[in-house]
Design a protein around this ligand. Structure first.
Ligand code: ADP
Ligand code: MG
Length: 149
């Protein structure tokens, strides 16, 4: 942990979006917090790498990958529209892999000041207090993580 007494500046906020209502709420929180702080807002969706019997290189039969990629682009577009409706400028990022690891690694590589994400996502298992991805990110990220409920 940093022992510095330097004032904290929130320069950038990474918002993790998966198309769920929780993540959309996270976008709204980011829009409420980013502009007053002068922070750059970055929306990130990670296209999950799923284990598939279909080879990824086969563009004809590679439905799972293609549709997840398209879905990811739609998710980002929706999130951008929500931000725009809040009067917020954002940049967006699409990455591929394990969602929790990608969120943590991208935040670290870019020196992100804070991550905002939903407490649950599209699978929304009500028995769980928080989703597995928000759980992993909040435990392992090197920056503060705000979980929106
Ligand atoms: N593929 C993803 N890309 C980016 N963010 C994600 C992704 N999946 C989940 N998230 C973020 O994590 C939050 C919690 O989702 P998750 O942990 O997957 O819960 P659940 O198990 O209910 O789906 C979401 O609201 C979203 O902010
Ligand atoms: Mg999920």
């Amino acid at each position: 942990m940093s022992e510095s007494n330097e004032p904290i500046t929130i320069k950038s906020i990474l918002v993790a979006v998966d198309g769920s209502a929780y993540a959309e709420k996270a976008v709204r929180y980011a829009c409420a917090m980013g502009p007053p702080l002068g922070a750059e807002l970055i929306l990130l969706h990670v296209v999950p790498m799923v284990v598939s019997a279909t080879p990824y290189h086969d563009t004809v039969t590679d439905q799972p990958f293609v549709s997840l990629q398209n879905l990811g682009e739609d998710i980002l577009d929706r999130a951008k529209k929500i931000a725009a409706s809040c009067g917020c400028e954002v940049t967006d990022l699409l990455s591929h892999g394990d969602p929790a690891s990608q969120i943590i690694d991208i935040a670290s590589e870019r020196g992100i000041s804070m991550i905002i994400m939903g407490s649950r996502g599209v699978s929304g298992l009500k028995r769980l207090f928080t989703g597995s991805i928000s759980d992993k990110v909040s435990k392992n990220a090197s920056c503060p993580v705000m979980i929106v409920r």
